[in-house]
Design a protein. Structure first.
Length: 264
């Protein structure tokens, strides 16, 4: 299974209704800046989201214009699967798959992240994700898409890690962040990767390398949360899917969905 294979199944109507009959009713951009209490670092996110019926598909993006997103409104999923912007294509595919296989009906387990501050919720989500990964003490984890709360919980479990992010920089513990995931993979036992890898085009090369090396891959996904469960059994062991609205948007309870089996 590749992303291209999945797109062709959607185009052919093999997974649900004809995508030419499914239109985007709402398109929007979410821009976020955050610095959790007691943390020394801040971060920013920009996410493009498209709504198809009841479902919202999303993709984190470095650069997208208001006009690009507005131009998606009223377009069909079939139209947008050929859009020149990878983030738009990803959000459209994500929305379609979330529509035809809703998380609450397809996931192996749904997990409620309770109310609280941004840090409390970040830590609770990270705990659930690391529990899904289930590293043993001493395991070395390649973390692609650095989230300091995830690193905290890996440290608590006695695992070590190699932090990787295309933006580089340093972790909350002043550890250097590599920008080359594939070169770091061979020295690791497990891979914990963000769905943002779909949006920046690094997902499939990383997955191929991990599969060839026999390294289990677990994904935590706001971007492509409905896309990535289709890769379980094809190099992916599990997915923590978090559709819009994300935990950082709401101080009340929010839900993430764990997949250990592919949607059917």
């Amino acid at each position: 299974m590749t992303l291209a294979d999945l797109v062709e199944l959607v185009r052919a109507g093999e997974l649900g209704p004809d995508p030419a009959t499914c239109s985007v009713s709402v398109g929007f951009i979410t821009k976020q800046g955050a610095r959790h209490a007691t943390r020394g670092q801040s971060y920013r996110n920009t996410v493009v989201s498209l709504r198809v019926e009841e479902a919202v598909g999303s993709c984190a993006v470095e650069d997208v214009t208001d006009d690009e997103v507005h131009g998606c409104v009223g377009a069909t999923v079939l139209d947008l699967l050929g859009h020149p912007n990878l983030a738009v294509r990803t959000a459209a595919l994500d929305a379609y798959l979330a529509h035809v296989r809703p998380h609450h009906l397809s996931a192996t387990k749904s997990v409620t992240i309770g109310p609280g501050s941004s840090l409390t919720k970040s830590m609770a989500r990270a705990d659930a994700v690391v529990h899904l990964l289930d590293p043993a003490p001493g395991d070395r984890v390649l973390v692609v898409g650095v989230v300091n709360s995830l690193l905290h919980h890996l440290r608590q479990r006695g695992a070590t890690y190699v932090p990787c992010d295309l933006k580089g920089g340093r972790t909350e513990w002043d550890e250097p962040i590599t920008t080359d995931a594939e070169s770091a993979l061979d020295g690791c036992d497990l891979v914990l990767a963000s769905g943002m890898t779909v949006g920046n085009g690094t997902f499939e090369p990383l997955l191929r390398h991990a599969l060839a090396a026999g390294k289990p891959v677990v994904l935590f996904a706001q971007t492509a949360s409905a896309i990535l469960p289709w890769f379980i059994g094809n190099g992916v062991r599990a997915v923590s899917a978090e559709p819009y609205p994300f935990f950082w948007l709401d101080g009340g309870p929010t839900t993430i969905h764990h997949y250990t089996e592919r949607p059917s």
